[in-house]
Design a protein around this ligand. Structure first.
Ligand code: PLP
Length: 397
């Protein structure tokens, strides 16, 4: 089946719901058992996909979305969590212990980095931040105690595309040569969604989503998902339950509702994003646009090889200009709202220069913006950008 057909049918079992197309929101903490034998059977299966055992381990509503995401990712199973951040935290906590070493891309989502340099450091895990475009060179950073390689592609804020197949190959080859078990390879796949990149087919073990973004798609729910291979599934599910990171069924239901239209929404986000990025790349006030679907982008060849599409999130570096001018422009925009998160139907723009704390590689100097292209008419969005950029002193150059 092709992706759009999967999106429509994955995780749906109307025969179990009196024929209703969608499962209801199951509000359940206690799950009762008809016999001691049934209680024991469900306990034994509590770390298997789809088992309804106790509310913290999931309900039929969460199981439906987990089944759908696992199918789209080509994964053995998926585990929902309370947010994208909790998905990342649970995945790392499930695979690391004191004395271990983590390789984390320098382009990681800020709070992922904060989790590594905060709680993980306190609990005795050492992190090395590597340049996102390191490719096969990642093997040189492996240590005997390296237990996790964490990727994010394209990177947050600066949108570098990582050569995931080269990294997987190099890490597996170096581990085999040293007679060691390779580290668990994880990726934050939020930007591409399960539609535009299937990391497990490239040898990645764990694919993480902030389902808050495109899967939910309407800026009204916090939700995370971890899709993984069979050997890792029980420990990831156990960690989610031990930390009590289960989402509510209402959030899972919103995720299911969003997922069904992911294909049509993403194609529009992609098209509008490319139109805005192309228009911006020709504007005199813009120094560069960071969008891997644009031909001149340094990550374009890798993106074209590995991804099936682009989402609507990209970066812009302005020509050097006073911060106050950038702020005045942002305050004056009519259609681009300012706010965290992205992936909803609405357009957003955020100044990101102050948050950009990178330790390796070529860090863009100018004022940075992060743009989310929403589902408005692209011509209206371009008119808003045009009016905003015209207020900058660099616009007339
Ligand atoms: C937003 C985001 C997260 C965190 O998701 P929340 O649901 O907000 O916790 C993780 N990774 C990336 C790339 C994100 O953009």
């Amino acid at each position: 089946m092709r992706p759009d057909t999967r999106l429509t049918h994955a995780g749906r079992h109307p025969e179990d719901q009196h024929g209703a197309v969608n499962p209801p929101v199951y509000r359940a903490s206690t799950i009762t058992f008809a016999s001691v034998a049934e209680k024991q059977d469900r306990y034994a299966a509590r770390l298997e996909p789809g088992t309804v055992y106790y509310g913290r381990y999931g309900t039929p509503t969460t199981a439906a979305l987990e089944e759908a995401i696992a199918e789209l990712e080509g994964a053995y199973g998926a585990i929902l969590t309370a947010s994208g951040q909790s998905a990342t935290a649970c995945a790392l906590l499930a695979c690391l212990q004191a004395g271990d070493h983590l390789l984390l891309t320098d382009s990681a989502y800020g709070p992922t980095r904060g989790f590594a340099t905060g709680p993980l450091r306190r609990f005795g895990v050492e992190t090395t931040l590597y340049p996102p475009t390191i490719g096969a060179g990642i093997a040189d950073l492996l240590r005997p105690e390296t237990r996790v390689l964490f990727c994010e592609s394209p990177g947050s804020l600066t949108f570098e595309v990582q050569d995931i197949p080269a990294m997987v190959q190099a890490v597996h080859a170096a581990s085999a040569a040293a007679g060691r078990t390779p580290p668990v390879i994880m990726i934050d796949n939020t930007w591409a969604s399960p539609l535009f990149l299937q990391p497990l087919a490239m040898g990645v073990d764990v694919s993480i989503h902030a389902a808050t973004k495109y899967i939910g798609g309407h800026s009204d729910a916090m939700l995370g998902a971890i899709a993984c291979t069979e050997p890792l599934y029980p420990q990831l599910k156990q960690t989610m339950a031990q930390f009590g990171q289960n989402p509510g069924s209402e959030e899972a239901w919103l995720g299911l509702r969003g997922l069904r239209t992911l294909g049509v929404r993403l194609r529009q986000h992609q098209s509008t994003g490319i139109q805005l990025a192309t228009w911006l790349s020709r504007h005199p006030a813009v120094a560069r646009v960071m969008h891997p679907a644009l031909h001149g982008d340094p990550g374009h060849a890798l993106w074209h090889r590995d991804f099936k599409g682009a989402s609507g999130l990209f970066g812009v570096e302005l020509e050097p200009v006073a911060e106050a001018d950038v702020h005045a422009m942002l305050d004056g925009l009519k259609l681009f709202a300012m706010g965290y998160s992205w992936g909803g139907f609405e357009s957003l723009m955020l100044p990101t220069s102050a948050q950009l704390t990178r330790s390796t590689g070529d860090v863009p100097a100018g004022p940075l913006l992060r743009i989310h292209a929403g589902l408005e008419d692209p011509d209206d969005l371009i008119a808003d950008l045009d009016a905003g950029l015209a207020t900058l002193p660099t616009a007339a150059a």
